[in-house]
Design a protein around this ligand. Structure first.
Ligand code: BV8
Ligand code: ZN
Length: 256
């Protein structure tokens, strides 16, 4: 894969790189994106309908079942070459910050510290009444097949329903998390936008603001998105292949 030499030069000279990711960066780990049709029994659901307080209040067993199914899928897979190339890149630039919309922990499992999870995590459930964190049993959730209705556990303190530790549609992003992300955009000189359709707000403003501030924005996506016109470089390809190739072009093959 050939890259624009100016792009590689900007990357090698970057002082603070932000890697902004969406579902596409985990697609090569077998985790379906939001755009990918839900599979199996979940295919009759629109993710945006399940990822709401209203859905959880109306059908707690359906929504909890869906998140346990997703948590299992994440636990039984591995980070892919995109996650690994990003982790390797962190050792070659003065500062690298991963800001993700994903609720999986594949960036961390690839070795990235301080990942900013704008939309929460599958691994941090909490009580929907008193807000206390809830300790999930260790191991892969024993959930056979998909579309399973699984009643959520009860809070050990107040008996409230335990909910997934994610940000649902209509819910604000946690103040500190959004503040950290905005701070990172203010100080970056290069941003990768990888595997996101950039349609969910306020997260989607990040690459646009970075471009506005004069940062070099490199988009990696097999498909065009609303970001195309403002990105400095649009790389049409899969994140695993493109990020590994960019790393090699900038710093030579990285030992896994
Ligand atoms: C809020 C957690 C208010 C849960 C998620 C302004 C305008 C319009 C609407 C709004 C607006 N502001 C707010 C809204 C409403 C809403 C919104 O944005 N709606 C959309 C539909 C327009 N936003 C909200 O509700 C937000 N909250 O506004 O609160 C408020 C404020 C104060 C006080 C009270 C209330 C909260 C939004 C967060 C929702 N939670 N996730 C869960 O995961 O279950 S969003 C979820 O969907 C993901 O986190 C992610 O953000 C989004 C999916 O997008 P992507 O990750 O980009 O994935 P997608 O499938 O779309 O695309 C994948 C891409 O990858 C594709 O482009 C594909 O081509 C590419 N790809 C595929 N394979 C590969 C690849 N790329 C590279 N390599 C590959 N191999
Ligand atoms: Zn509670």
């Amino acid at each position: 894969m050939q890259f624009d030499t100016l792009m590689i030069a900007r990357l090698r000279a970057a002082r603070h790189v932000i890697v902004f990711t969406g579902a596409g960066v985990s697609q090569e780990s077998g985790i379906p994106t939001f755009r990918d049709a839900m599979t199996g029994l979940w295919s009759n659901f629109n993710p945006e309908d399940l990822a709401t307080v209203e859905a959880f209040t109306a059908h707690p067993d359906q929504v909890w079942g869906w998140y346990e199914w997703r948590r299992k899928a994440v636990m039984i897979t591995q980070p892919n070459p995109a996650h690994q190339a990003i982790a390797a890149m962190a050792a070659h630039v003065p500062k690298l910050t991963v800001v993700t919309q994903n609720v999986d922990d594949l960036h961390e499992r690839a070795g990235i510290q301080g990942v900013i999870h704008l939309h929460g995590s599958l691994h941090e459930p909490r009580c929907s009444d008193c807000g206390r964190q809830y300790e999930l049993p260790a191991g892969v959730p024993d959930i056979e097949g998909d579309g399973m209705h699984v009643m959520p556990p009860r809070c050990n303190h107040c008996g409230g329903w335990v909910r997934p530790g994610v940000v649902w549609f209509g819910e604000p992003l946690p103040g500190d998390t959004w503040g950290q992300a905005k701070e990172a955009v203010r100080s970056c000189d290069l941003m990768f936008s990888i595997g996101t359709s950039a349609v969910i707000y306020p997260a989607a403003v990040m690459p646009f603001e970075a471009a506005e501030r004069g940062a070099c924005v490199i988009q990696v996506n097999p498909m065009p998105t609303d970001l195309d016109p403002v990105a400095s470089f649009n790389l049409r390809g899969k994140a695993g292949e493109v990020m590994a190739a960019i790393f090699n072009a900038a710093w030579g093959p990285h030992e896994r």
